[in-house]
Design a protein around this ligand. Structure first.
Ligand SMILES: *Cc1c(COP(=O)(O)O)cnc(C)c1O
Length: 348
């Protein structure tokens, strides 16, 4: 039941746009019994569930594939033959785009933020296996020149007779968030099949699109469910604005009116740690603990950091009184390997 005491909508009140089916859906919804017993129930907290979006595909696994289903449909619908996108050197979004491009027969140009000599490891290795073209920029140049870099590469491809389609960081914009608007419908259907409506949905937030889609999806479905994004970079104010910006963009694209300022956007910025793609030892310990307790792989950049934050908040009783909480596992497992030296405590 939602806040008004009426049942949750089982379908979205608005039709989905064009979509290429790339992900294996629906992904499983699974209870984390041992995690719940050890970390949640002793503090009066809810049963913890995991929505396995790390299983959307194999190489293309993770949350970006749901967004790219809508983004690539728009790109090919416009007759584009090249995808240009950007991210960190170990970007899951770039790796997913590289493999999706290969699958669809599209060229892919990646603009990556990295160092002068990056090792062929993790996602960066997979970018090369997929034969994406890769341009690596130092952090300062990347940050200052990103929109110029997109323009430069788009023009470069056009001058060679191609039709490029630019995808923003994390495919987080009014088009990409369709992936998680539709995922919230799927998730509510999963939960209802188990006989509950969750009080909380939790995810890692890096570019905001997943949280924006889930927040908007839950709003459209008229659930009383609270969506919380655990930020892995930037700060709460940044994501408060970014999530609303993506939702406003979506409104402009579909011609809907939503009071974005009235929407509850819940960002937890307490567990960012040293910064993007940097985590302290407790995060690595949580990753090891979750792998050993549940056989579930988290990553140090996104899901491990967010799940670690969730466990701390459960321990502080922040979710006390709720019955069911769903953690959306957004993928990222390939980034475990480049961080291998941080797991030196294993075997101690
Ligand atoms: C990109 C990413 C996220 C964050 O999703 P956004 O929509 O960018 O906020 C979370 N987890 C993983 C594994 C990701 O690759």
């Amino acid at each position: 039941m939602n806040r008004d005491g009426t049942a949750v909508r089982k379908s979205l009140p608005i039709e989905l746009p064009a979509r290429l089916r790339l992900a294996n859906l629906p992904t499983p919804l699974q209870p984390l019994s041992r995690i719940s017993e050890r970390f949640s129930y002793p503090c009066g907290g809810p049963r913890i569930w995991v929505k396995r979006d790390d299983l959307t595909e194999s190489g293309m696994s993770g949350n970006k594939l749901r967004k790219l289903e809508f983004v690539t449909a728009a790109a090919t619908g416009q007759g584009c033959d090249t995808l240009i996108t950007c991210g960190g050197i170990q970007s899951n979004h770039c790796r997913t785009t590289a493999l999706v491009g290969a699958r669809l027969g599209l060229q892919v140009q990646l603009l990556l933020r990295g160092g002068t000599s990056e090792e062929m490891d993790g996602n960066f290795l997979l970018d090369h296996l997929a034969d994406a073209s890769v341009a690596v920029y130092l952090a300062r140049e990347y940050k200052e020149a990103l929109s110029g870099l997109f323009q430069y590469w788009a023009e470069d491809y056009r001058s060679r007779g191609h039709r490029p389609f630019c995808i923003p960081t994390g495919a987080s914009d009014g088009l990409g968030i369709w992936g998680y608007i539709e995922a919230s419908r799927e998730l509510m259907t999963d939960c209802l099949a188990y006989g509950f409506e969750p009080e909380h949905i939790v995810c890692a937030t890096g570019s905001g699109g997943t949280q924006a889609g889930l927040t908007l999806g839950c709003h459209l479905l008229e659930t009383g469910c609270k969506v919380t994004g655990y930020a892995v970079c930037d700060n709460a104010a940044y994501f408060q604005a970014k999530v609303r910006e993506d939702i406003r963009h979506w409104c402009a694209l579909v011609g809907e009116k939503i009071e974005t300022d009235a929407l509850a956007v819940c960002v937890n910025a307490d567990y960012i740690g040293p910064g993007y793609a940097q985590a302290e030892r407790p995060v690595y310990q949580t990753i090891a603990e979750v792998a050993s307790l549940e056989g579930l792989l988290l990553d140090p950049v996104y899901t491990g950091k967010a799940f670690h934050g969730l466990l701390q908040d459960l321990n502080m009783g922040k979710y006390a009184g709720a019955k069911n909480l769903v953690f959306v596992h957004t993928g990222g497992q390939f980034a475990l390997f480049p961080y291998r030296q941080h797991f030196s405590f294993l075997g101690d």
